[in-house]
Each structure stands twice: as C-alpha cells, then as structure tokens.
Design a binder for this molecule. Sequence first.
Ligand SMILES: [Zn+2]
Ligand SMILES: [Zn+2]
Length: 364
Amino acid sequence: MKEKILAAVQSGEKETIVRTFDIPDIPDDAGLLRVEVSGVCGSDWPDYKKYNGDRILGHEIVGYIEKVGKFAAERWGVKEGDRVALEEYLPCGHCSRCRSGEFRLCAATDKWNGGIRFGHTPITEAPSLWGGYSQFLYLHPNSVFHKVPEHIPAREAALALPLGNGIEWTVNEGGAGPGKTVLIQGPGQQGLGCVLAAKQAGTDCIIVSGLTADKEKLELARKFGADFTIDVQKEDIVERVKEITRGEMADIVIDVASGGPSTVTLAIELVKIKGTIIIAGKKHQEIPGFYSDKLMSKCITIKGVRGHSYKSVERALQMIASSKYPIGEMCTHDFGLNEVDKALKTVGGEGEKGAIHVTVNPWD
Ligand SMILES: [Zn+2]
Ligand SMILES: [Zn+2]
C-alpha cells in the first residue's frame, strides 16, 4: 500500500485543494476502503456553495475493502478485497429509528444537527478521511454496506444511492405500481431514478415534465419507460395531464425539481382527488400562493421525504446488475481528483454542459 493518501478537500466556498494525508491506524472495530469511484450527488452543490470548515465531500461511494479490523469483519460480514457501495449515513444502530429500519433519520447521522456522515464531516474530526473524493476512506464502525457484483461498471454502481432514492420516494412512499399514473416533475438524476423505479414497479402510466433545456434528459426518460414527457415551457402542463388522464389527473406527483417553488403549487393542480404528492426537491424558500384549502377540497396527502432505506438501495443494485435498463446512459461525465471542483460545478450548472450523473475517480 502506498505511503500517503491524496484527497480533494473543500477549502472554501466553491474551492477545493488536493492534499495528502497519512494512512490512519485502523482499530479493531473499523476499516479502510480503497475508493474506486464516487458519484456527485445533487446535494453536493448546495453544500459546496457554503463553507463549514475543511472537509472531503462525496458520499455516493463505491470501493474495495482495503483493511478491516477483526471485530468489524465479524460485525459487518465483509472481508478484505470485497467490493461494496456505502450509504452516507453513520447511524448509531440502537435508537428507535435505527431499530425500526429508518436509520437515515437517526440523530447520530443527522448532518443538520451535528451528526456525522460520509461526505460531510470536517477533517478536524479524526481520522479526517470522511469523504469519497479521496483515494481511501475511513470506515467508521457504524458504516452501512451493500455488496456490489464485479460485473457492474463502477460509474453505474455509483448510481445505487440516487436510484435507491427513486425507489424509496416513488414506490415505498408514493405507492407507484399497477393501475397508477405517476407524474415526475424534474428529469435530473433523481427524477430519472424515479422513472426507473416506477417502471420496474409496473406503473401503468409515467409522465415526466421538464424545461426546454432538459430535452436530452426527457428523451432518456422515455428510453427508461416514461409514456409521456412534457416541456412545461412549450405546453400547458395542466391541460396536457388532463388530456392524458382523461380528466382524472395523476395518482402520485413527485416533485424532484430543483428550480423555484412553483412546482409545489402546480403539483396540487396536477394530482387527482385522494392523490399523493411527494416533495423531494429542496426549494430553499417559502412557497408563495400555497393555499391549504385545496388540500382539503381534494383530500390530498403531501409527504416530505429524504434519502433511502436499506432495502431500496439493495433493490437499486439489483436493478443495475440486471442490465435490464440502459442505466449507464445516465453516466455523462467522469473527472479525476484534480478536477473535483469542475465535477461539482458541472452538477451545479457552472461547469460542463449536459450533465446527468457525474463521477470522480480518485486514481485519475
Ligand atoms: Zn446524496
Ligand atoms: Zn440510531
């Protein structure tokens, strides 16, 4: 094993430097991962625009177990050389959230309230190697693993979390499946994950809406199984959905749009009586024109969601491994460790054009 580790450290607002780190001592209950690739999550961009101390970003992590402590090997069921995908969460394992399978909501890994997780924890927290934009990652005792078959290309394996989100939000929370019409607002990496999830669940009618600039993404949505796509800048989406559903409107509307707040009020128009709206795209602002009486008159359920469950990530990896869908077409850009700044800006719309899912290979 090499003597020093290279990692891309966020050192300011939209600033990254590559730094070297020592190989940490690995206690019996922890391990070390040789990172193969890390995907750039949509949430990395708002994180990159703020600065909360030096840290290594990147939490869609795929790699090989380089070292594993003897207690950790027993507890995790992994050995050196195993290929794994990690979840970003580092849950305590014993609180009521963890014990009921909702470990993503565990306080120990709540990044908004001082919890630790991969791709977010500052380097001042020993042993510093908490993010995927690094050659090696420290495997905390509470790491959550998924085995990755060797035949899956690394950049596709890095889609395990965004596709896991799609399955969680569309199927587990939204209830998509046979007999349902699902409308997905926003054809980015998360929206396309929702399309795949809806298709795999046997959803009767899948509609995806986006902007004129999303033309290629909407085309990919159709390849993944969307029945209709709507360019909201060229068509009246409410009229179009009325026409497609013969006036019924959609059973489930999933808002994964990252633009302004208008998709939320629009979702109330687009959903049918007794339908469900899933809010999964952050707006970072209040919603003007939000009129709660409409929820009552249409008996609408609105659910806020975040992240994925263990089973949704397992399901995502099975879908990727099956090669049933051309999932690799989502992988548009690869960058090396010296280009992490460009990778993040590409996802944020300030770098290269046409990005859907972007990966960083720390050995390039
Ligand atoms: Zn993420
Ligand atoms: Zn917990």
